[in-house]
Design a protein around this ligand. Structure first.
Ligand code: MG
Length: 428
């Protein structure tokens, strides 16, 4: 079965109208997807991939993908599957394109969309949900598809194989038993910074009724307002439920240390992205100033090399892997393996467009064949789920296991027709 075409679409949803996704620095998000369709000789078999952006710049990701098409066009799916590790290198280490990276920024987001599409295609070809395809692979076959470049000082392929083989011993002989897993989640949906107190309070009440026990809210525009909002939320959710805050990189290291001193009284489970996502040493200084608090970061960590340093340096307490910022399964699994080696809990970033659909697979892969840590938690925000053919499903505050073949991010044809930024009816 040959790949016959790779199509890219710039899809944008006008979510800024409702302040959806608003935080201390991203005040007008139009949730967007760089949307890739890999067509094959079989009209019913298409690989769908995306990366998530928040509006302008989505076009740059689409443009970058044009340069990757040659690596899979006219190739057989079996050949692509066998050479996935090599294709990853060609895409992320392109002899000319790497100058505008390397392995970071626009071209890396584009690589994520493209490679996510390939993983979707291959798992659909095998008629399995992505998570199941990955855990069914022989360990050596899986490792062959992953990239261990620049990380052998922290984890080798041999160590990775040992971690996976050890975990696989605990899998049930009938793997269909895994289909009934519910993976615990927390909600971000109530605490966007642009929401009024009343809207936030109403949403917290609704979400408490739905069974949520972990809540995250945005902070960082004004510390007095942050304190006011934390007080409101803590009163509503009580002492027994968990509260996390996210300031989306707005503070300096010293401002973070001061802000944490002010917010500590609200018993915060973790402080997310307090400062620059590149500041490995700065995060450590914050932790040294407040040894009793926990820091979380990862949604804007640009590649596995930075993750390696954050984890080894104990600059983060919770590893918030992102499914669309680093270059797909090939790069995400090595980070999960490093986290496993250092017993660091992984709480993936989600929300946006398609991130919930993606992390439901990553959570299961991590749980079943990688981590030995006993904390299982994943972000959920119901944003834009109405546009997906098979959105992630939440029950009792957790993700239900996806059982349809593929990597789950097919956007409805009607939504594509409406919200294509170049040709869609909404934007024209
Ligand atoms: Mg965040």
């Amino acid at each position: 079965m040959r790949v016959t075409n790779v199509k890219t679409q710039d899809i944008r949803f006008p979510t800024s109208k409702d302040n959806l996704g608003s935080d201390a620095v991203h005040v007008d998000c139009d949730y967007s997807a760089t949307y890739v369709t890999i067509e094959t000789e079989d009209v019913n078999l298409k690989g769908i991939g995306l990366t998530f952006t928040i509006g302008k710049g989505n076009d740059l990701c689409c443009k970058s993908i044009e340069y990757f098409k040659e690596f899979i066009l006219e190739k057989e799916i079996e050949e692509i599957e066998k050479e996935l590790g090599i294709i990853w290198e060609k895409v992320t280490n392109h002899s000319q394109l790497r100058w505008v990276g390397p392995q970071k920024g626009v071209t890396h987001l584009a690589a994520a969309a493209f490679l996510n599409g390939i993983w979707d295609l291959i798992s659909k070809y095998h008629k399995k949900p992505l998570w199941r395809y990955v855990i069914d692979l022989e360990t050596y076959e899986l490792l062959d598809k992953l990239s261990f470049s620049y990380i052998d000082d922290v984890i080798t392929k041999k160590e990775a194989a040992e971690i996976i083989d050890q975990k696989k011993q605990n899998l049930p002989s009938n793997k269909d038993e895994l289909n009934s897993t519910i993976f615990p989640a927390y909600t971000t949906a109530a605490g966007w910074l642009g929401y009024s107190d009343d809207k936030m309070k109403d949403l917290i009440k609704v979400n408490l009724k739905k069974g949520w026990t972990h809540f995250k809210m945005k902070v960082g525009q004004d510390i007095e307002r942050d304190i006011h909002r934390c007080k409101l939320v803590r009163e509503l959710i009580g002492k027994e439920n968990k509260l996390m805050v996210d300031s989306n990189q707005v503070w300096s290291v010293n401002q973070t240390i001061d802000s944490i001193s002010r917010l500590k009284e609200f018993d915060i489970m973790f402080y997310e992205e307090p400062t620059s996502p590149d500041d490995i040493i700065g995060f450590r200084k914050i932790k040294d100033a407040h040894p009793d608090v926990k820091l979380a970061t990862g949604e804007m960590i640009q590649n596995k090399v930075i993750f390696k340093q954050f984890i080894e340096n104990k600059s983060l307490d919770y590893c918030q892997i992102d499914s669309c910022r680093i270059a797909s399964i090939n790069e995400i699994l090595p980070v999960l393996l490093i986290a496993s080696k250092f017993n660091t809990p992984v709480i993936p970033h989600a929300g946006g467009i398609g991130l919930c659909e993606y992390v439901q697979h990553l959570n299961l892969i991590n749980k079943f064949i990688i981590t030995n840590n006993d904390l299982f938690l994943s972000e959920y925000a119901e944003s834009c789920s109405e546009h997906f053919d098979n959105p992630a499903i939440i029950k009792d505050g957790g993700y239900l296991t996806p059982t349809n073949p593929g990597y789950s991010v097919k956007i409805k044809d009607s939504s594509l027709r409406e919200f294509d930024y170049n040709e869609g009816t909404y934007w024209n």
